[in-house]
Design a protein around this ligand. Structure first.
Ligand SMILES: [Mg+2]
Length: 188
C-alpha cells in the first residue's frame, strides 16, 4: 500500500520549533494550543510566513525536532511503500532531505506539492495535519483514505465530516499506525 506522509506537523515538530523562535526574537510566548487555525498570526505576522522565512536557513531546518513517536511508527510501517509529500518550498529541499536521511533513513522518495494539491501524488493513504489536504485527497478517489494528524490547527472549516467513512482522526502516531493497519485489512 502506498502511504504519503506530510513532514510539518506529522514528522517534524515545526510549530514547536517556530514558537521557540517567536519567543526569542519577538519576546512573545505562545503554546501550541494557541495555534487554533492554519492561518494563525501573531502581531500581524502570519505563522506560515515566519516558518517560510526560517525554512530558507539550513541550520534551522536541521534542528527542527521530531514529532513524538514518529521514528518508531515509520519503522512499524516498513511493509508499506511510505514516502514524503511536503509543501515546503524548493529552497529548503536540500536541508530537508538531510534532516530526513538523519532521522528517517527509510524514507527515500520525496514529493513536493503545495497545500491543497497533495492529492495529485499517487497514493492510497495520506497522513497530514491539515483538513484541506485530507479533504482534497479523499474527494479525489473514493478508494483513498485520509488520516488527519490532529493538532489545534488541523480543522479549518473544510467539510471533512462529509467524508467521515474515508477519514481517521488521530491525535498521535500510535493511533496512526492502528488506523493504517485497519484500512489495509479492510481493503483486502
Ligand atoms: Mg503539515
Amino acid at each position: 500500500m502506498k502511504i504519503a506522509v506530510d513532514i510539518d506537523g506529522v514528522l517534524a515538530d515545526q510549530v514547536g520549533a517556530v514558537l521557540k523562535v517567536i519567543e526569542r526574537e519577538y519576546g512573545l510566548k505562545y503554546s501550541k494550543s494557541d495555534i487554533d487555525r492554519a492561518h494563525w498570526s501573531f502581531g500581524g505576522i502570519e505563522i506560515w510566513t515566519e516558518i517560510g522565512k526560517l525554512l530558507s536557513d539550513p541550520e534551522y531546518v536541521l534542528q527542527v525536532p521530531l514529532i513524538e513517536g514518529s521514528q518508531n511508527a515509520i519503522k512499524r510501517l516498513f511493509r508499506h511503500d511510505v514516502f514524503v509529500v511536503t509543501a515546503r518550498r524548493p529552497n529548503s529541499e536540500v536541508a530537508t532531505k538531510q534532516w530526513l536521511s538523519a532521522h528517517f533513513p527509510s524514507l527515500k522518495q520525496y514529493h513536493s506539492a503545495s497545500t491543497g494539491s497533495k492529492h495529485n501524488i499517487p497514493s492510497d493513504v495520506l497522513i497530514d495535519d491539515l483538513d484541506m489536504n485530507i479533504v482534497e485527497f479523499v474527494k479525489s478517489d473514493p478508494n483513498r483514505h485520509g488520516i488527519l494528524f490532529q493538532h489545534p490547527w488541523s480543522l479549518n472549516g473544510m467539510d471533512i465530516e462529509s467524508y467521515s467513512n474515508q477519514v481517521s482522526y488521530c491525535p498521535d502516531w500510535q493511533s496512526v499506525v492502528l488506523a493504517v493497519e485497519a484500512f489495509d485489512r479492510a481493503r483486502q
